[in-house]
Design a protein around this ligand. Structure first.
Ligand SMILES: *[C@@H]1O[C@H](CO)[C@@H](O)[C@H](O)[C@H]1NC(C)=O
Ligand SMILES: *[C@@H]1O[C@H](CO)[C@@H](O)[C@H](O)[C@H]1NC(C)=O
Ligand SMILES: *[C@@H]1O[C@H](CO)[C@@H](O)[C@H](O)[C@H]1NC(C)=O
Ligand SMILES: *[C@@H]1O[C@H](CO)[C@@H](O)[C@H](O)[C@H]1NC(C)=O
Ligand SMILES: *[C@@H]1O[C@H](CO)[C@@H](O)[C@H](O)[C@H]1NC(C)=O
Ligand SMILES: *[C@@H]1O[C@H](CO)[C@@H](O)[C@H](O)[C@H]1NC(C)=O
Length: 409
């Protein structure tokens, strides 16, 4: 073929019609080229106009955003949301990961627990970390003994965090100056002796775990009082090598008698423990509690009244997941001597220096392997009317001043 064409061309050259033929061929070629070009442009324009990528040229030209668009709506970007144009202070920084700015959130319990179960693998903190004690109040609503707690915390900012789990319909917000201001966590209804009680405890722990500086976690009720000043309590808890979850084997009907055989073999009768609900745990143990997916479903299912989740779940769990790390005693004093399902409540007539000193120093126990006469840091149950006599006694007892505290009667 090639040779044939060449032959024709050479023949043309030789025939003398060269000029005319060349002009015709050139003209035809230009026309053909123009036609092809025209078709291409028309085809391309039609394609662009009808295609989904219509917005992309615009975005590439005008938007400084690097974000990926998954829909047209998202692609019509808002320039003010562009990372380059944000002030430095609103860019994500380490503080966003250390602790949430707001306690209130929209996470479900499942999402919260998952989020709280995360542990950094780099054990050196890239910031100055002061270990804090998380004081977690599990209450119905307003704390009647709040004035005493306010005074207790005063001057120790940075060493503690407060969390409040209250009834969902509780709306009262204390003044901005209060340590309880904005410290409520998203809460659900709690029924005495039911699994909802342990759920509330896990919810408190999970919320408190989101603050990476919280190292100790204390559960308190609205009728709890501190028996020492803040420094003493802080040092006692931070320096302790053990958590304080009351956990013991009770051979009676109200102990072993509540064991359900269907828990076997995950939980055996010899694993079964009883204990008081009001605990104090180290961060490691708090993480194990919120991450537990082995024992919790079994307790939720198979420990129902007259078996009480809050008296058996943590006591048994700790003997399984951290036996060497627990003192097995509670840090919160309570009087069960009256018998019955509820402990004794103390009224204003009981609040004397002698009585409180008895609670502070009248016991012997093990602390970090040695013997101590400080065995309880908190006590319950104290009636709301005790707030006044407690505030009066506090200066001498706790070594702090309450001169300018106003109590609300
Ligand atoms: C955008 O998304 C695609 C796939 O969805 C991905 O391959 C690409 O890396 C993403 N680009 C950027 C800048 O995130
Ligand atoms: C752009 O963002 C600003 C602030 O974030 C907002 O007020 C504004 O309504 C947004 N505009 C559009 C078109 O989304
Ligand atoms: C606490 O009890 C567990 C058994 O449940 C035991 O292994 C552990 O040694 C006890 N801890 C202390 C400090 O006695
Ligand atoms: C507590 O634990 C630390 C570190 O694990 C250890 O150095 C210290 O000796 C322990 N103290 C007591 C009293 O057991
Ligand atoms: C706290 O109480 C202890 C005694 O328990 C006392 O030695 C100490 O001075 C008190 N601290 C403050 C700041 O009041
Ligand atoms: C009393 O109030 C003042 C001013 O509010 C405060 O600075 C001080 O710490 C308070 N003192 C005591 C002992 O509560």
């Amino acid at each position: 073929m090639k040779q044939g064409k060449l032959t024709v061309f050479v023949k043309d050259l030789s025939t003398g019609y060269l000029h005319v033929k060349t002009t015709i061929i050139l003209s035809l070629s230009v026309l053909l080229l123009l036609f092809v070009l025209g078709m291409f442009i028309i085809g391309h324009t039609t394609k662009v106009l009808s295609s989904e990528v219509y917005f992309i040229p615009q975005l590439k030209t005008f938007s400084p955003l690097t974000a990926n668009c998954t829909s047209h709506a998202q692609c019509q970007c808002n320039f003010s949301a562009s990372p380059q144009l944000l002030p430095i202070s609103s860019l994500p920084n380490i503080r966003d990961y250390i602790a949430p700015k707001e306690l209130w959130h929209s996470m479900s319990d499942e999402e919260l627990i998952w989020r709280a179960s995360m542990v950094p693998q780099v054990t050196e903190y890239p910031y100055n970390r002061t270990p804090k004690v998380a004081f977690m109040f599990l209450a119905k609503g307003k704390l009647p003994l709040a004035p005493l707690w306010e005074r207790f915390f005063m001057g120790h900012e940075g060493f503690f965090s407060v969390y409040l789990h209250a009834a969902p319909d509780f709306k009262n917000e204390p003044p901005e100056s209060s340590v309880f201001y904005n410290r409520r966590i998203p809460s659900k209804a709690v029924e005495w002796g039911k699994a909802t009680m342990v759920e509330a405890e896990r919810r408190l722990l999970a919320n408190a775990l989101l603050d990476f500086s919280n190292e100790r976690f204390v559960l308190l009720s609205e009728s709890c009082v501190p028996l020492f000043n803040f420094t003493t309590i802080y040092d006692y808890l931070i320096n302790s090598n053990y958590s304080f979850i009351s956990s013991f084997d009770d051979p009676r009907g109200t102990g072993r008698g509540r064991y359900n055989r269907r828990m076997w073999p995950t939980v055996t009768l010899s694993d079964w423990r009883k204990g008081s609900q009001w605990f104090e745990v180290h961060r490691n143990l708090a993480l194990k509690i919120v991450s537990d997916v082995t024992y919790y479903p079994i307790f939720k299912d198979l420990c129902q009244p007259p078996c009480y989740n809050d008296e058996h779940y943590l006591a048994t769990l700790v003997s399984k997941v951290g036996p060497g790390k627990n003192s097995n005693r509670s840090i919160t004093w309570v009087d069960w001597s009256v018998g019955g399902p509820h402990p004794a409540t103390y009224g204003r007539q009981h609040v004397t220096e002698a009585f409180l000193n008895q609670l502070r120093h009248g016991f012997d126990c093990t602390y970090n392997g040695g013997i101590s006469n400080i065995c309880h840091l908190f006590a319950r149950k104290f009636h709301p009317s005790t707030v006044e006599p407690l505030l009066k006694i506090a200066p001498t007892l706790f070594g702090f001043n309450t001169d300018n505290i106003t109590t609300t009667k």
